[in-house]
Design a protein around this ligand. Structure first.
Ligand SMILES: [Zn+2]
Length: 577
């Protein structure tokens, strides 16, 4: 049992000017954290208790999944990063430092290099594989604009694990075990979460999943299927095949004047054709000056990640300037279409347009559009040369690619990310083993990250109201708050103390608010710090022989006889576990 009066909790009514998100505001107000420098925070006792509870859950599940804990240094020598090729590539997010001998180091944002260096010195044979090493440790990423408190700090706590294998099937098994362990962690924390397929992006590798805590205030959009559980982040999400339509040919192609109408809405209104009957043509330019012409259905948004993935060897794809648009269309911007382009370009067509018959599109001529366009009859050159692929952002109500039911879009905060790395690091750093046939091979690796501070911030984003935090019990700094309402009244003060002590003796972590403060202050602070179960001892209710119990989530008060309070509190805590 801990007494508030002799512990360290300093709440504040002030919201710091740089606290843009609610979790950051509430953590500062509740006295969980204080900023030391931009993106660098102290974990105050209340915040540290919650962090330790989360770390205990994470360690329990990692150990149960067969991972082995170690601790690697925060400061890492440059040589290892030069070997992996990341010293140059990582950019300014890598905090580089020099020691007194002018040797270069970095403060590690991640530990692939260090763990690979450890393993290559110790492990030589397939008989010593596989294994999975993890740590919970402080990392540093020199974000250009650190924000959102613990959600995107520069210095942060993270659980990272690295597995090493002789064969891909062995990596698959560990990857599945980590996926299951992560699910158990978030379930044990009583958090709503979703698992989505992620783009492997610059890390490479064959497979990657993100774990997102859902919250209306979340930073990323996630597509998921309530029917079958399919999930993907919006950059990656796919939909079921577009339905085919009748094969009947439309009436003959017509050119229609559309003076000054360059937007889908304007053209749609003038022609009386709905947006899903229009084909939108977008023209991009690569860093090498090639043009990329992409067509999508008029009511859909092109997804620039999918577009970039469609032209993987071109960097920095951007919308082409007016003169380049004229070069290929012969018209000002806003009148491009797939019929009669004049010049070479990479042609891409979204699958949404393939089944369209008799669509409208720009005429590649100022102030004109075409209607009744048929791919085979009128635009065969484009249709034949284009690559047909998925280029649009999947949205609410699109059919699921697995089961066909309507997809939903939810917002979330990424708290975990697992990757099949393959041999990217082991090959670059010669982390090899001898296989059964005696041949030397690079080890196959997986890596598994889980943001510790970030998960707590996400828990608050998901669980709060206007008055403060509503901790899920497993992450709460204390399970029960006993409020001694009238500490100057010896009888009620003794009863509060006795209740808190005896709950503590039963194994609960209890905070006793024994401060000499007005009831209003105590209740405001109690709501702010968000301890899930509350017992109020004192005042009229105590004079009538009872103690008031409530849950932070609904704040509905129940008065129970003093003698029954302990049993009722134990029961309430049990139900929240
Ligand atoms: Zn589905």
């Amino acid at each position: 049992m801990i007494r508030w009066s002799s512990w360290y909790i300093h709440t504040t009514r002030e919201i710091p000017a740089d606290a843009e998100v609610v979790s950051h505001q509430l953590m500062v107000r509740a006295g969980m954290t204080r900023k030391v420098a931009a993106g660098i925070y102290s974990y105050l006792p209340l915040g540290w208790r919650s962090l330790r509870k989360l770390m205990d859950i994470v360690r329990r599940e990692m150990d149960a999944a067969g991972a082995v804990e170690l601790a690697m240094p925060a400061v890492q020598p440059a040589e290892l990063w030069v070997e992996s090729g990341r010293w140059q590539k990582y950019g300014k997010e890598l905090l580089r430092i020099r020691d007194r001998h002018d040797r270069e180091f970095c403060f590690g944002p991640t530990h692939e290099e260090v763990v690979t260096d450890i393993v290559r010195r110790d492990v030589k044979s397939y008989r010593q594989l596989p294994f999975n090493l993890y740590q919970i440790q402080t990392k540093f990423r020199d974000e250009i604009r650190p924000r959102f408190g613990w959600m995107r700090g520069r210095e942060f706590l993270m659980k990272d694990a690295y597995s090493f294998h002789a064969a891909p099937e062995s990596l698959d098994a560990t990857y599945e075990a980590m996926d299951a362990a992560y699910r158990r962690v978030f379930e044990a924390c009583r958090l709503e979460y979703t698992v989505v397929e992620a783009d492997t992006g610059t890390i490479g590798g064959s497979s990657s999943h993100e774990f997102m805590v859902t919250a209306a205030t979340g930073e990323s959009a996630v597509v998921h299927c309530p029917a079958c559980g399919y999930g993907a982040n919006q950059e990656k999400a796919e939909r079921a095949a577009w339905p085919s339509v009748g094969a009947a040919a439309p009436p003959p192609l017509e050119r229609v004047p559309t003076p000054g109408r360059t937007t889908i809405a304007d053209v749609s209104a003038l022609l009386g054709v709905p947006a899903d009957g229009l084909v939108k043509t977008l023209i991009y330019e690569t860093d090498r000056g090639e043009l990329v012409v992409a067509v999508v259905r008029g009511d859909r948004e092109i997804n620039e990640v999918k577009l970039q993935n469609a032209v993987p060897d071109a960097l920095h794809l951007r919308l082409a300037p007016e003169e380049r648009v004229r070069e290929i269309t012969g018209a000002p911007a806003g009148f491009a279409g797939p019929v009669g382009l004049r010049g070479a370009a990479i042609l891409l067509a979204d699958l949404s347009t393939r089944e369209m018959r008799g669509f409208a599109c720009g005429a590649n001529e100022a102030d004109a559009h075409l209607v009744n366009v048929d791919w085979q009859r009128d635009a065969a050159a484009f249709a034949g040369a284009a690559r047909w692929l998925d280029l649009v952002t999947v949205g609410e109500g699109d059919p699921c690619p697995r089961c066909g039911e309507a997809l939903a879009v939810v917002r979330g905060i990424e708290v975990g990310h697992i990757f099949k790395l393959g041999d990217r690091y082991s090959r670059a750093m010669q982390c090899t083993f001898t296989d059964e046939a005696g041949a030397e091979q690079p080890m196959i690796m997986g890596c598994y990250g889980l943001g510790i501070g970030r998960t707590l911030a996400a828990a608050i984003e998901q669980n709060h109201d206007a008055d403060g935090i509503i901790w899920p019990l497993p992450l709460a700094p204390f399970s029960v708050l006993v409020v001694s309402l009238t500490p100057k009244d010896p009888e009620s003060a003794r009863a509060a103390e006795a209740l808190a002590t005896s709950l503590g003796a039963r194994g609960l972590d209890v905070l006793l608010d024994d401060r000499d403060e007005r009831p209003g202050v105590k209740f405001k602070d109690a709501d702010l710090i968000g301890i899930p179960v509350r017992a109020v001892v004192g005042g009229k209710s105590f004079a009538a022989g009872s103690i008031e119990l409530s849950l932070r989530r609904d704040r509905e008060k129940v008065a129970v006889p003093v003698g029954e309070a302990e049993a009722r509190l134990l029961d309430l805590v049990d139900r929240l576990r």
